[in-house]
Write a protein that binds this ligand. Structure first.
Ligand SMILES: Cc1cc2nc3c(=O)[nH]c(=O)nc-3n(C[C@H](O)[C@H](O)[C@H](O)COP(=O)(O)OP(=O)(O)OC[C@H]3O[C@@H](n4cnc5c(N)ncnc54)[C@H](O)[C@@H]3O)c2cc1C
Length: 395
């Protein structure tokens, strides 16, 4: 691991970011700044333009040696610490940058999963383009009959000459319609207990037999899809991990996904500041309960961030990271409730006034966040059983 002091790194990042975008504070006319308050990237209109801009930004970061701050040099990383990565994210919040939610799976989930389970060839071929967004990936786990009980899935992979043939249906696959790769779990041995006969594969989303159909959501966006896999050929060198040992790959990816949701989704300084601004400029004076609730959010956001940092500094993500997602979703629910109280009817009726109806996107997107990456109930089970060592849930 190389060493770069915090002050020096901050300066380096500021120079790099200033070369790409203006600082938020310099965009002083709120009427022209985007007023979206969303928890997951889910734009339908303008998605292609946002993605193109995001790819341009990731290339810019790579040019400045910042595409993978704490990653291995062999794959374009800088070999700095997770603290440096957190600093980059903190400084990014000060600039008007494209929404990087589109890359959450590629960067925060698939990259560490491939580092842990991928073959040397997969790591060399895929990690650099995943970090620069030349390749975008999605997660093909959930099925119509398998969500919380994922190991009960029915997609099948059968051995054929040179690889595997996959048949089945996946659902709620975020970003499948703009992805190049899908990390897919399929049953390779139906004769053994359900967790034992599963294998993970990297499916080429442009291959014959892959049919992606967007699902329209409550928010109006269509950020996730149904994916039908019909006789899709996957070469054996795109199998991740050993045959029938896919469950350990899934566990690694889910731990990283939960940690990423806790770390990266939503409750950043910008969102908290937006809430405080909303409270300051409310048309009616706030009652004591609402003032108290705003202050509570500010304090809890700090506590949540410090808790997540502490877990991450401890190294490899463990089951305790379920807590970071729970903290985040609880905080977002609190923020959404306060915004709804302050805004009253303009929260649900679009008057065209800046920064009012936009909050409805947070309110409508939140239930999905409580489900994606593991529901609240499943995460509480994980904390009870694996962190607190309580007796197992009846199954
Ligand atoms: C915004 C969003 C993005 C998503 N992105 C992806 C993606 O990219 N890729 C992908 O593969 N999937 C994705 N999903 C799917 C997600 O992982 C599943 O929806 C989730 O795992 C729950 O599965 P389910 O919908 O089948 O609900 P079920 O598992 O049927 O659960 C229904 C209800 O029962 C409760 N429940 C189930 N089992 C237990 C238990 N043992 N104890 C207590 N309560 C229980 C659950 O908490 C829930 O309230 C996404 C979902 C959302 C909402």
């Amino acid at each position: 691991m190389t060493s770069v002091g915090e002050a020096e790194f901050r300066e380096e990042v500021r120079v790099a970011l200033a070369g790409f975008a203006p600082r938020r504070e310099s965009v002083d006319d709120d009427a022209v700044a985007d007023d979206r308050v969303s928890v997951v990237a889910e734009r339908s209109e303008g998605e292609a333009e946002e993605l193109a801009e995001l790819k341009r930004y990731r290339a810019h970061l790579a040019h400045h040696g910042l595409a993978w701050v704490d990653g291995p040099a062999a794959f374009g990383g800088r070999e700095l610490t997770p603290r440096h990565t957190a600093l980059l994210r903190e400084l990014e919040a000060d600039y008007v940058l494209p929404d990087d939610g589109y890359l959450r799976f590629s960067i925060s989930t698939l990259s560490p999963t491939l580092l842990a389970h991928g073959s040397p060839q997969q790591q060399a071929d895929l990690l650099p383009p995943l970090r620069t967004a030349e390749l975008i990936a999605c997660q093909l786990y959930s099925e119509p009959g398998a969500g919380s009980d994922l190991a009960g899935l029915s997609t099948r992979a059968e051995r054929v000459d040179g690889g595997w043939r996959i048949n089945g249906q996946k659902v709620w696959s975020s970003g499948a319609h703009f992805s190049d790769l899908g990390l897919c779990i399929a049953r390779t041995d139906p004769s053994v207990p359900k967790h034992a006969g599963l294998t993970t594969f990297l499916v080429d989303m442009h291959a014959p037999g892959v049919d992606v159909r967007p699902i329209r959501q409550l928010t109006g966006g269509a950020s996730f899809d149904e994916v039908f896999l019909t006789d899709v050929f996957v070469p054996d060198d795109r199998r991740v991990g050993e045959v029938d040992a896919g469950w350990s790959v899934v566990v690694t990816s889910l731990l990283n996904e939960r940690s990423a949701i806790g770390r990266e989704v939503g409750v950043d300084d910008t969102l908290v500041e937006r809430l405080v601004d909303l409270a300051r400029t409310a048309r009616q004076p706030l009652d004591e309960r609402t003032r108290d609730a705003v202050a509570d959010v500010v304090v809890r956001a700090w506590a949540a961030r410090l808790t997540t940092d502490r877990f991450l500094e401890a190294g490899t993500p463990g089951p305790e990271l379920a807590l970071t997602k729970l903290l985040t979703t609880d905080l977002l629910a609190q923020i959404s409730d306060i915004a709804a109280d302050i805004l009253e009817t303009s929260h649900v009726a679009d008057s065209g006034e800046w920064g009012t109806y936009a909050w409805s996107e947070l309110t409508l997107g939140l239930p999905g966040l409580r489900i994606g990456g593991g529901t609240d109930e499943i995460l509480k089970n994980a904390v009870g059983e694996r962190v607190l060592q309580l007796p197992k849930d009846a199954r």
